[in-house]
Ligand binder design. Structure first.
Ligand SMILES: [Zn+2]
Length: 250
């Protein structure tokens, strides 16, 4: 592959100090999927990139994509900084879950424009403030965070099967979740699986089918949200072999 210039719409997932003045970025772009990039001189006070490469920033970025693993940032225009969300600890924690889920679920140079749009919509809603979360102080149980993660699992091809028993096909009642079987299971197939209520399965389907903006008004109960989170984490472990640090922090 020769080197080339590439214009991309991107969200900054992670920004790490590198050397004297540079930054290494993990970007999620609409055009290329996840991309690693270096912004040379980004930490100099008079950098031409200014403060536009902070995590959560939605940018139009110019990249030089070469043979190496890292692209080089040659220019950046800010679309929206999302710094209102970053200034509030609760919304910062919810937003960080979204960024890490994207970082772990999608691989380099495998674009998913729908996942990109979902991430931008999620950050815009968080940045706007929106309805206060009725559930209390645990960001991991925030319905918006759960809704984004379920949609990302679907877009990444890990959609759990929720409408009938994933092991035997019976319609129900569904009483547990088996990440290995790939979804909800009935009592007969549920040995060793994660117990889960009908309310949790209904809630997960609603979060998957509704737009992100509907996640909070949907008012999923606290116990159904805890079950949903346990299921999402089980799918990460089974299919991705990872845990999210932002969820483990609790
Ligand atoms: Zn079954």
């Amino acid at each position: 592959m020769g080197s080339r210039a590439q214009q991309a719409e991107a969200v900054v997932l992670r920004s790490l100090r590198f050397g004297e003045a540079d930054r290494i970025l993990h970007l999620f772009t609409k055009e290329l999927g996840r991309v690693g990039a270096i912004a040379k001189g980004a930490r100099k006070t008079r950098s031409r990139f200014g403060a536009r490469l902070e995590p959560f920033s939605h940018v139009e970025i110019q990249l030089h994509v070469g043979r190496g693993e890292l692209a080089t940032v040659t220019g950046v225009d800010l679309v929206r900084s999302h710094q209102a969300l970053a200034a509030d600890p609760y919304r910062l924690a919810v937003g960080s879950i979204g960024l890490e889920a994207v970082l772990k679920l999608f691989i380099d140079h495998d674009p998913s424009p729908r996942a990109f749009h979902a991430l931008v919509r999620f950050l815009d809603l968080l940045d706007d403030g929106g309805q206060p979360d009725p559930s209390g102080p645990d960001p991991a149980l925030d319905p918006l965070a759960l809704s984004l993660q379920l949609k990302l699992l679907w877009l990444a091809g890990y959609l759990p099967h929720l409408s009938s028993c994933a092991a035997c096909g019976r319609e129900g009642p569904l009483t547990a979740f088996s990440a290995r079987a790939g979804g909800a299971v009935c009592a007969a197939c549920g040995e060793g699986a994660l117990p889960a209520s009908a309310a949790a399965f209904l809630g997960m389907r609603a979060l998957l089918e509704q737009p992100l903006a509907g996640a909070r008004p949907a008012g999923l109960g606290a116990s159904a949200r805890r079950e949903t989170l346990a299921i999402v984490e089980a799918v990460y472990a089974e299919h991705g072999g990872f845990r999210l640090r932002t969820l483990a922090r609790r």
